[in-house]
Structures are given as C-alpha cells and as structure tokens.
Design a protein around this ligand. Structure first.
Ligand code: AOF
Ligand code: ZN
Length: 343
C-alpha cells in the first residue's frame, strides 16, 4: 500500500468514530503527516463541535512542524462560517504544505470553494484519494444533500420460504435474538425509524433502543386518517414521534408531532421532502409489507437489509419482491443477513 493510501485509510477510520454523533453533518477524519510520520489526528466528534481539521491541529505538540506537513482529510475543508470558522482558513493560517482530500464537499456553502481558497493561498491540493470509500462512509450525507431526502434503509426478516408474517397479522418472531440485537444497534445509527399503520396497530412496537446502548431515533408513523389508538407505545411520549396524516391534525402534544400532507399529491415523496426539511438524514424502515412495497416500487430506497431465517411458515404474508444488487452476505446467529443496493 502506498503511504498516501495508508494515511487516508487512517483518516477514514477516524471519521467513522463520529458515527451516531454528527448527523446531519458528515463523518470527517483528519491525519497530519510530517516526514512520513503521523504527528496529529482528529475527527468531527459531535454535531456543532469542532471540525476534524481543528481537532487534528490541536492534537499536535509542535505546531512549527505544520509548515512542512501534509494534511489528509476525508472531506474538502470548509470555507464557510457555520457553527465553527472555516477550516480552509485555519490550514492557510498554519501554512501547511499540502492538503490531500478524499471527497469534495457537496454542501452548496462549500462545494469547491474550500479547495479554491487553499490553492489561492499557494497550498498544494490533491483530491479524490479513496473517493469511493469516502462516498460509502458518508452515503447518508451525500444522499441527503444530492437527493434532498433522507437515506432510506429498508429492513425486514423473512422465513426460509419467503414469508414476513402469518396471514392473520399475529406477531411472530422470525429472526433470532442476535439479529434483533443487531437491529437495536442499527437504530442507534440512524436518525429515525419509520413504520406503517398496520405495523403500528398489530405489533404495537416501541421503536426504541433496548438491546444496545446509544441514542433513540425519532419515531415516524404513517396514520393517514388518524385512526391509531392513543394507547399505543408509539404515543407514550417517551421519545419524539412524527405522525403523518392526510386529514386535519391536532396540535403537537408532548413528544408527538402531527403533520398533515396533501391528500391529492403522492404521499411518500411529500413525506421524505418533509423529513428533509426537518434535517432527518437517514431513516430505517421497519415495515410492514405495504409500506416496504411502496418504497421499493417508488425507487425511494438506498439499502435493503434482509434477515433470512431457517424457519418455515408454509403460508402467510409474502416478503416484498426486490430487484437489487447483493452487496454482502453474512451469518448472524442462525440467520443470514443479506444487504442489497439499487442496481
Ligand atoms: C470540514 N470538516 O470535520 C466537517 C465539515 O455547522 P458547521 O460549522 O459544523 O458546518 C457543517 C458543514 O461543514 C457540513 O454541512 C459540511 O459541509 C461541513 N463539514 N467540514 O471541513 C469537518 N464536519
Ligand atoms: Zn470545517
């Protein structure tokens, strides 16, 4: 592996440590190298907190080395005054020799202006190193900015013979306990969880994080005609919950916010546009069949994660048909976890 690749890989590794803490900002890592040795490291740790470059510069014992150093950063240094001053200005002020960037920042406030600033100051700049890995790491951020909607992950569990549930909606566990624990970990990694009306009614899910430690996502439920009973766990006020309807809605009550969409316009596009306005960068869709199928049909998905169990049901509610590219397969306890992305 050449050294550039090694240092950028390290920066990507550091960036990933911000997972679950920086949304809707991107995950960003930074490594500062002097004479082939890493002399400073940092990453964006917390939304609203210092950017990766600032933390990396702060970690250096002898700042005089910066003039002879190369900065490896996974995202173009910012050029705007946001919650923090521009990172490009910091690197210029410290007179670093060279900056190597993985991805350009698609944020219209930056979008090339950070690179231009550095170059104008006489700093050597290279971009695109490990760009594919960077886009993969920040796929939620890129999707959010480029498509103006959250990154949508569909998740379901199906039996070996392809059923989601018994036909009578009787709740029945299909995946194993390790898979269920993994789902709770996933919930800590996304901004929100979405379920349809039938799932809310028949499963009465809590949609919180119990089998892992971390932050609870925002709960989102579709209830077009506001017919779900107030006694459901979803309305217990324990965590922010968004309810999407197409009829007139009541005022926000405690943690529950009601949103009325236009009944004449397509529902899901309006829903994801509203989530974008609320800065919800990623959503895990946990069912049921009707909702999963419409998200698939409308090509609004970015990733599908299926647990395939060893149980046989014989008959029931069939799992949605999926046309996607299988990107990974792994065993989780007794189940197989298969991940798909759009073709
Ligand atoms: C960087 N380094 O580590 C990150 C950057 O509100 P602010 O000030 O935190 O700015 C957020 C924007 O800055 C975010 O949307 C993205 O464009 C960029 N994030 N830039 O140079 C970092 N996290
Ligand atoms: Zn910055």
């Amino acid at each position: 592996m050449n050294n550039d690749v090694l240092f950028m890989s390290r920066a990507l590794e550091l960036a990933a440590l911000g997972r679950g803490h920086v949304s809707p900002n991107p995950l960003v890592g930074c490594v500062i190298v002097h004479n082939h040795r890493i002399i400073g490291e940092g990453w964006h740790r917390q939304y609203g907190g210092p950017h990766a470059e600032v933390n990396a510069v702060r970690s250096i014992a002898d700042e005089s080395l910066l003039a002879e150093s190369t900065v490896y950063v996974t995202l173009e240094p910012c050029s705007h005054f946001g919650k923090t001053p521009p990172c490009a200005d910091l690197l210029i002020e410290k007179k670093v020799k060279k900056v190597v960037v993985c991805n350009e920042d698609p944020n219209p406030l930056v979008a090339g202006k950070g690179l231009a600033k550095l170059r104008a100051a006489g700093i050597e700049v290279e971009t695109g190193l490990l760009a594919e890995r960077g886009r993969e790491l920040n796929r939620r951020f890129f999707t959010f900015i480029e498509k103006k909607r959250p990154y949508l992950i569909l998740k379901w569990a199906e039996t070996a013979d392809g059923f989601l549930a018994p036909a009578d909606f009787r709740p029945m566990p299909i995946s194993g306990s390790l898979s269920r624990q993994l789902v709770h970990q996933w919930r800590t990694q996304e901004d929100a969880i979405l379920v349809g009306t039938n799932t809310a009614r028949h499963d009465n899910p809590q949609l919180n994080v119990r089998l892992w430690s971390g932050r609870n996502p925002v709960r989102i439920v579709i209830d077009r005609h506001l017919q779900l009973p107030a006694s459901l766990h979803l309305f217990d006020g324990s965590q922010p919950t968004l309810v999407y309807a197409t009829v007139p809605v009541p005022e926000t009550a405690g943690a529950t916010t009601f949103i009325q969409l236009d009944s004449e316009a397509p529902f899901l596009p309006q829903l994801v546009a509203d989530l974008y306005q609320r800065k919800i960068q990623s959503v895990i869709v946990e069912g049921g069949a009707v909702l999963l199928e419409s998200v698939l049909r409308q090509q609004l998905w970015d990733e599908v994660r299926i647990f395939k169990s060893t149980t046989i049901l014989g008959e029931g509610l069939a799992a949605p048909a999926l046309r996607g590219r299988l990107t990974s397969t792994k065993q989780v306890g007794e189940d197989w976890l298969m991940t798909y992305q759009p073709i």
